[in-house]
Design a protein. Structure first.
Length: 105
């Protein structure tokens, strides 16, 4: 069981706790989005990017620039839906655990 982000699982699986947190946050937001009754223009974009985040998390340590791009697209797509604000913040916090992308010159 994962106690907090700074600890590893005790099941013998050596998974990065940041990845675990990202998978959990993405899963929660996907469930809430699927259960949200309202339709909005960019819902498909949010669903596609959440699927992309989930795939990146399943593959191991994701690329930070791609994580941040997906987060921006999701936030732009569902940012005005207040019912999803807490779960969206959880995804943002999970992405932030990976740090900032290296600066390009």
């Amino acid at each position: 069981m994962l106690q907090n982000v700074g600890q590893r699982r005790v099941t013998g699986i050596d998974e990065d706790p940041r990845v675990t947190e990202l998978r959990s946050a993405v899963s929660r937001l996907r469930r809430e989005l699927a259960g949200h009754p309202g339709e909005f223009a960019d819902r498909g974009i949010a669903e596609d990017e959440l699927a992309a985040l989930n795939a990146m998390a399943l593959s191991g340590v994701p690329e930070i620039p791609r994580l941040r791009r997906s987060l921006l697209l999701i936030a732009g797509a569902i940012g005005s839906v207040s019912a999803l604000a807490v779960s969206l913040a959880d995804v943002r916090n999970a992405v932030d655990l990976f740090g900032n992308p290296p600066q390009q010159r």
